[in-house]
Ligand binder design. Structure first.
Ligand code: NAP
Length: 502
């Protein structure tokens, strides 16, 4: 078959049983599970110069996880040494580096190796991969864990290209800049911005926060773990387990409200309103910060220092839309103009662009970029896509969460992948792939359930495509997802054999 996008491998091109793409939480989890099963013939391709994924990429001041540390970690590598209830990004990055060593993954990781295309060769039943540096490899199984939140989204604002000051995205924080004599405009008020705005308020000469939609914010129940607590976590692992499962339970029940009964969201809405009232006494500022959509429709944020930062005398909150940028600043819809020295884009990521620049060519030359055009991605439990045998996607379509830890989902997904590999061994087949009708029925049901969710209750968010379809979140309990993905049901998949062998 023609291998558009991949080409034939050069002589001497190497072959692996499994290639994993990405060395963040997903890719590293895949590596651990493969090794544990004695499936050592694998490589993890990482396009950057270090492992860590989002926690390597996001270094902006204040970057931290808003899921509690003992839950936002691998179940098989609980960490007694988290310094606080919600870990700062560098600690999570160090944890992932440590896991890479402790689980013997280092020799499997190929850094600076970016997948550009993967084409299914029906004759050999192998994936033919091409890396950006021209390297070509074939593999039987391709596990993609590239993550959805790494392609920065920039605002479309007239004249931004003419701005002559410093302008950068939160993911590309300019640590070389001294902000003390700089006036800074921040565009966006999402999960990233509310973490770095307090730092800017402490370190910049002036800050203008440009808000399009106010986020719902709850208090962050953060605290330092004492040495005695850490010693207890170390000496008696049961304490880490208990903490993890209590945290899991305290978050998991909320799926009932988020996914099925948005009216129950008032349980979170009331404390959020009270928190706003307590933190922001000025009624005018409070009105600007009061959301007019159901809590949970966009990601619920946690912060104790965001509202106080906005009340500082040298911090302004502007809610007028940005009309255009000039070489020296921004002009708002009401004609007001501000001069700034720097613009920080806290405008998030193109999460529905799941493929990024990778071209996947499946059976019969079909292309995933066509099938998932405009972000309208569909898969079977986010994992398997009809027409793409032995391609397993981690954190794929409709597997993100608004209420719990994505690490739990990743571990569930690897249960499915490992079961698929065992099923292949048992069947003696080269590959398996979800059947088209099974995938279609799965997605019809999923989108039907999604209609009831708070995420489809009227706001717009990065969870949705331009058409409004939610392709990012799992509309239910994570425990239900775990149950459903524990085993691959043979009747859901088609077994594929190399044409050369038929
Ligand atoms: P985000 O939640 O998508 O927020 C983007 C912000 O930019 C929103 O306030 C959006 O306003 C605003 N915006 C976009 N275009 C704009 C424009 N043209 N003019 C004005 N405002 C504009 O992005 P994020 O804050 O980077 O977070 C993305 C996701 O990353 C999070 O939801 C979370 O899953 C993850 N994250 C997690 C953590 C963590 O602690 N675990 C921390 C950071 C990020 P609208 O609301 O009006 O669209």
């Amino acid at each position: 078959m023609a291998l558009d996008g991949a080409g034939a491998p050069e002589e001497g091109a190497d072959e692996r049983d499994v290639i994993v793409i990405g060395a963040g939480f997903a890719g590293l989890c895949a590596g651990v599970r493969l090794k544990e099963a004695g499936r050592d013939d694998f490589e993890i391709w990482e396009k950057a110069a270090a492992v860590g994924g989002t926690w390597r990429d996001n270094t902006y001041p204040g970057c931290a996880c808003d899921v509690p540390s003992h839950l936002y970690s691998f179940s098989f590598a609980l960490n007694p040494d988290w310094s606080r209830a919600f870990s700062p990004a560098p600690e999570i990055q160090a944890y992932l580096e440590r896991c890479t060593d402790e689980f013997g993954l280092r020799p499997h990781v190929r850094l600076n190796t970016e997948l550009v295309s993967a084409a299914w060769d029906e004759t050999s039943a192998r994936w033919r991969l091409k890396a950006a540096d021209g390297r070509e490899t074939t593999c039987r199984v391709l596990i993609v864990g590239q993550g959805p939140l790494n392609k920065p989204a920039y605002p479309e604002i007239e004249g931004l290209e003419t701005f002559e000051g410093e302008a950068f995205h939160s993911m590309h924080w300019r640590h070389d800049l001294d902000f003390s004599d700089r006036r800074v405009a921040v565009i966006g008020t999402g999960a990233s911005a509310i973490q770095f705005v307090p730092w800017l308020a402490d370190n910049a000469a002036h800050v203008t926060v440009c808000q399009r939609t106010p986020p719902w914010i709850l208090p962050k129940r953060d605290r330092v773990f004492s040495d005695a607590e850490k010693a207890r976590f170390r000496s008696a692992p049961i304490f880490k387990q208990i903490r993890r499962w209590l945290t899991y339970g305290s978050l998991e029940w909320r799926a009932a409200a988020f996914a099925a009964h948005p009216k129950l969201m008032s349980v979170l809405g009331r404390p959020a309103r009270k928190f706003l009232e307590e933190q922001v006494p000025d009624p005018e500022l409070r009105a600007k910060l009061t959301p007019n959509y159901t809590i949970g429709c966009k990601r619920v944020l946690l912060s104790n220092d965001y509202y106080p930062a906005l009340m500082k005398p040298h911090v302004d909150l502007v809610t007028e839309p940005i009309a255009r940028a000039t070489p020296t600043g921004l002009v708002f819809a009401d004609g007001r103009e501000i001069e700034v020295d720097a613009i920080v884009y806290g405008t998030g990521f193109r999460a529905t662009d799941m493929l990024g620049a990778i071209e996947f060519v499946g059976e019969g030359g079909r292309r995933l970029s066509d099938e998932w055009a405009d972000g309208e991605a569909e898969a079977f439990y986010g994992l398997s896509v009809a027409g793409y045998p032995n391609l397993f996607y981690l954190v794929g379509p409709n597997t993100g969460l608004g209420h719990n830890s994505i690490v739990y989902m990743i571990e569930s997904q690897m249960n499915f992948v490992m079961d698929a590999l065992e099923l292949l061994d048992r069947e003696g087949a080269d590959a398996l792939v979800v059947k088209q009708d099974v995938q279609a029925a799965h997605n019809a049901d999923l989108q039907e359930r999604m209609k009831r969710s708070v995420w489809q209750s009227g706001c717009t968010s990065w969870y949705q495509t331009k058409s409004g379809k939610n392709v990012t979140l799992w509309p239910g309990f994570t425990i239900d997802y775990r149950r459903r993905t524990k085993h691959v049901r043979p009747e859901d998949v088609a077994f594929v054999r190399a044409k050369a062998a038929v």
